[in-house]
Design a binder for this molecule. Sequence first.
Ligand code: SAH
Length: 246
Amino acid sequence: MQIDIMTLFPNMVLSMLGESIIGRAQNNGLIHIQAHQIRDYTTNKQMQVDDYPYGGGFGMIMQAQPLYSCWEHICELRGGRLHTIFMSPQGHTFVQEDAKRLSTMKNFILVCGHYEGVDQRFIDECVDEEISLGDFVLSGGEIPAVAVADAVCRLVPGVLADESCFTDESHWDGLLEYPQYSRPEIWNGRRVPEILLSGHHANIAKWRRKESIKRTMLRRPDMFAEFKPADKQDRKILDEILNENE
Ligand code: SAH
């Protein structure tokens, strides 16, 4: 997997993606992340990348030319037109399903806007998809690009120790994860649920499934509305939860 990130602040994205799990995966050659300095593609002496908006108004707009030249260079480098994603508060909100979909791609480009935004003509010419991190406005696309790259890379086979690291997690199958505990057994007078110490794997699995369903029901009614019991045990668990709530 190769991710090319177009940005005015390469260090911002590289420093975060160079640490921990994603950093290790890069060192192991499982993923390749390259940041491209858009400013290197300017044609003016001042290496200016932005200008005032036509029609007036505050802020500066990133000009189409350096963005396009940078994008063209990356596509040439990779041997063809690449799926291009613009980080934007106007895009569709990023969810785990997007991470799954992107993790099956061989490569894609993430474009980080900055300042007031980006000349629409670059977006019209080169962008296939716009992704938002949520309904708020950040000063740049770097944090969203890091978030997307991280969420995608950890799904690439071999990056995490085992597939169950992510298939058991929140948002994989429409549920939130169950509560987790680690040593010691008693901390600040709070005990770890007895069942987790029992060593009885089937009972532990059932308890976790129930907690997972309960949490989703309480915290995310929108997700719970979509939840379909996977089997007889799920239906039993659901009955139990509903009876407890009566
Ligand atoms: N004027 C724009 C916002 C510009 S913010 C508007 O009103 O839509 C500057 C840049 O930060 C954007 O071009 C985008 O790349 C990035 N950005 C800001 N908020 C974001 C969000 N919620 N998700 C993804 N990218 C975002």
